[in-house]
Design a protein around this ligand. Structure first.
Ligand code: GAL
Length: 368
């Protein structure tokens, strides 16, 4: 069985105080206005558009859930930072000036945004860190289990290489943006699987998570290692996997090595169908975005018991300890489980994946 079954990973974080209302959540609960009804405005700050998940999944799912939770009375004020930390800080300031009721923040730069988080707090606006752990006095954090993402990628890569893999196998590692704390966790998780088993011949951090930057770095790696000596490529997400493939093809590689990804982007699912990309990581966007919406509304409406129930884990950021959190588990997405994951969750339709150029490949793996 190629499928990697990942059970709900028991969090290694402190769970003991969760739900007792002793930590962060209730500490700052007095600052929210507890009498708000459904007529609320939720600020949503997302980091970029180069990777498709944000505009395609996170934003629409979040917005629909806010509407549902507030009987269509609540509004979402949305801003996307286009990978610019300065732009995001200005967008956050605008939301503070607009006096939104709560801000859900997916930081471009988790460290420099701390100034904005502090300003929001000073203005009495709670901030919930979304997907990436922002520094500063946030109220809560919701994300996927990011270390697990890296482990799943690393394990899948070894699985694709098969039993014979040893230190003579040269791997290229394309990590994410150095300003994104998740990128470090993906990398640590992947290395915990790969270290000692294969050789990481070249490793890169990818500015702004941009596919074109990954493509340029891959061209460098090919020049250094030789196009026929690359056993596999660890690409931290799908956008970059696309860039990696372009560089390999430009160098004349016809038989692509196993390449990982993350995000279950439509183009990546199509590459998985054809076998150009070995795997992606499927993160249930409905689970993350809908639970974030619930957290935000519970926080603003002063429903502390619901809020605490949604954030039972605890995480530490570089600036704050014991932050109430929810970490959603993830799955390896390979040819074997496209139907049970992205299709079952309504993320992609078979008709979107199996367009004319992919029809034969879909047929071959029984996707219809
Ligand atoms: C990460 C996120 C990934 C991926 C990446 C690029 O923080 O967890 O899902 O999309 O950013 O934006």
């Amino acid at each position: 069985m190629r499928r990697i079954a990942i059970s709900v990973a028991a969090s290694t974080m402190t769970l003991s105080l969760a739900g007792c209302g002793v930590l962060g959540a209730s500490e700052s609960a007095g600052e929210a206005s507890p009498t708000k009804g459904n007529d609320i405005t939720v600020g949503l700050l997302l980091p970029e558009t180069a990777n498709t998940r944000y505009e395609q999944f996170d934003y629409p799912i979040f917005k629909d859930k806010i509407a549902e939770l507030t009987s269509d009375e609540g509004k979402v004020e949305y801003a996307n930072a286009d990978a610019s930390a300065d732009k995001q800080l200005a967008q956050m300031q605008q939301m503070i000036d607009d006096r939104v009721d709560v801000i859900v923040l997916d930081a471009v730069d988790s460290s420099s945004i701390a100034a904005g988080v502090q300003k929001a707090k000073d203005a009495g606006i709670p901030v919930i860190a979304y997907d990436r752990l922002a520094e500063g006095p946030i109220d809560a954090y919701i994300s996927f289990d990011n270390e697990l993402v890296g482990e799943v990628q690393g394990r899948s890569l070894l699985e694709a290489l098969g039993e014979g893999a040893d230190s003579s196998y040269k791997i290229v590692m394309m990590n994410g943006s150095p300003t994104d704390p998740n990128a470090k966790q993906f990398k640590a998780g992947a290395l915990s699987e790969l270290n000692g088993k294969v050789t990481i011949a070249e490793t890169f951090d990818t500015k702004d998570w941009k596919p074109e930057n990954a493509e340029a770095n891959m061209a460098e790696a090919i020049a250094a290692i030789g196009k026929d000596n690359i056993a596999a490529v660890y690409a931290a997400n799908d956008g970059m996997a696309g860039g990696v493939i372009k560089a390999l093809e430009a160098a004349g590689v016809t038989d692509l090595p196993p390449i990982t990804g993350q995000d279950a982007e439509l183009a990546a699912v199509q590459r998985i169908v054809t076998g150009e990309q070995y795997m992606s990581v499927y993160k249930s966007y409905p689970e993350e975005a809908e639970n974030a919406a619930e957290m935000a509304v519970a926080r603003v409406q002063g429903r502390d018991i619901q809020f605490d129930a949604l954030a039972r884990d605890r995480v530490d950021s570089p600036t704050h300890k014991g932050i109430p959190a929810q970490l959603v588990p993830v799955l390896a997405l390979t040819q074997e489980n496209i139907e049970d994951t992205v299709i079952a969750d309504g993320i992609h339709k078979v008709s979107d994946i199996c367009t004319a150029p992919y029809a034969a490949a879909c047929e071959e793996i029984g996707l219809k």
